[in-house]
Design a binder for this molecule. Structure first.
Ligand code: FAD
Length: 402
């Protein structure tokens, strides 16, 4: 039987999940003078399965939310990258915009501490046991403590309990991605940063050097990769990894953004809103950005005296990220569909713009809309029309009525 809540607290904003999205939401709301509870089932530092690549996009989003370029966490800076595609080596590229390689344990700890420093109250180590969205205000029961909120921001990742409370389940596993990763304590020789398109079906593999070892993984659309473990074994063997490192896996909500990320005064941000880039697999940058935007929507709705305005305000703020994701889904087949593989390899080798656009994208210097405009100019007209016709299907799951 569930313990009855004995202490009741009220906050302007309750943020559930203290990863990049949650800490960005909490820091933004707290700095605006709102009372904020930051809830996480874990205590920090905690492990998070992730490559930990912190791109230029993430730097820009971090600056907007926290006010500094880089989090106060150790990282390795890399200015060169090696690409492969479908088993073919595409070479090394030097002088790329910097990519920062972090360990999530320390990255997330530093973000979480910044949110607490800004005034958010620490409810880490608490799992919401009951989420009641039926009353005039959302109420979360954390066992003996119950938290009532004007606005709830669900930043609790790919298995979001807040999304489950809204929609019945966080995602359709057939729609999203899955990734497997190993963390090796030793550096690879040479300690290169590497991305291999097609190491998984409709996905890629990565080798990310870190300050304390190497992270190697592969990820792709879950439904298209029933043999992901075998593919990882092949990828590790190709990288010269011997032995049987500990393999961990997690769903990756890439390519399935929620069209309506919440209901009334309950908002979803980061992975809980499906905001992982469907081509690069990056999620930290959009998590930071959407967390901040959700907080801004909450601040505006509360200043209007109507918490339920939070969702429409948030949707407007999130529209550019949603548009970018739609463009990315549109051009994703060009990179990953088997019939385009040889054209992709030849194009990537030959064309300065294709690989540099990819790097500029990671650096946050361009957007998918610009890339798809360039493609529209370059591709034969009939091919582009075929893409436009088969454009991305959105996840249309609407919130269920409580
Ligand atoms: C294998 C792998 C590799 C990746 N590599 C990269 C990469 O290199 N670069 C990149 O940008 N992105 C990468 N991503 C994606 C990235 O990890 C996510 O997009 C990012 O962590 C999303 O941040 P978030 O704050 O939304 O969620 P999370 O980081 O998942 O944080 C969610 C938080 O919510 C808490 N939580 C969960 N459930 C509950 C609950 N019921 N109650 C309370 N708290 C809860 C968790 O403890 C956690 O602290 C990778 C993902 C995977 C799986």
């Amino acid at each position: 039987m569930r313990a009855e809540a004995r202490i009741s607290r009220h906050f302007d904003v309750v943020v559930v999940g203290a990863g990049p999205a949650g800490s960005a939401a909490a820091v933004s709301a707290a700095r605006a003078g709102l009372s904020v509870a930051l809830v996480d089932k874990a205590r920090f530092p905690r492990h998070k399965l992730c490559g930990g690549a912190f791109s230029g996009r993430a730097v820009a989003s971090h600056r907007r939310a926290f006010g500094t370029d880089l989090p106060a966490a150790p990282h390795l800076t890399k200015n060169a990258i090696t690409f492969g595609a479908f088993g073919v080596d595409l070479g090394r590229y030097d002088d790329i915009p910097p990519l920062y390689l972090t360990m999530r344990e320390s990255l997330d700890l530093s973000l979480f501490e910044a949110a607490l420093d800004a005034g958010a109250q620490d409810f880490s180590g608490h799992v919401p046991q009951g989420i009641d969205l039926s009353g005039p205000r959302p109420v979360l029961s954390l066992g003996e403590i119950s938290l009532a909120a004007d606005v709830v921001i669900g930043c609790d990742g790919v298995s979001s309990a807040i999304a489950r409370a809204l929609y019945g389940r966080p995602f359709d596993p057939k729609e999203i991605g899955f990734a497997l990763e190993v963390e090796l304590p030793e550096p690879q020789t040479p300690p290169e940063l590497r991305i291999d398109f097609g190491a998984a079906n409709w996905g890629y593999g990565w080798v990310f050097p870190k300050t304390c070892g190497t992270t190697i993984g592969i990820g792709g659309i879950h439904a298209r990769n029933p043999d992901l473990k075998a593919r990882l074994a092949t990828y590790l063997a190709e990288r010269g990894v011997v032995g049987r490192p500990n393999v961990k896996g997690q769903y990756l909500p890439f390519g399935a953004p929620r069209r309506i990320p919440g209901r009334d005064s309950v908002l979803l941000a980061g992975d809980a809103a499906g905001l992982v880039d469907p081509i690069t697999g990056e999620g930290i940058g959009h998590a930071l950005e959407s967390g901040r935007l959700a907080a801004e929507a909450a601040i505006a709705a509360l200043s209007e005296g109507d918490p339920k305005r939070a969702l429409p305000l948030y949707r407007r703020k999130l529209a550019p990220i949603h548009r970018s994701m739609q463009h990315a889904r549109l051009i994703r087949p060009l990179l990953f569909q088997p019939r385009f593989q040889s054209a992709f390899i030849a194009g990537f080798r030959r064309s300065r713009s294709l690989k540099y656009e990819y790097l500029r994208l990671l650096a946050g210097e361009t957007e998918y809309a610009d890339i798809s405009r360039q493609l529209a100019r370059r591709l034969p007209h009939h091919l582009w029309r075929a893409f436009m016709k088969n454009g991305p299907k959105r996840q249309e799951t609407e919130p269920k009525t409580p």
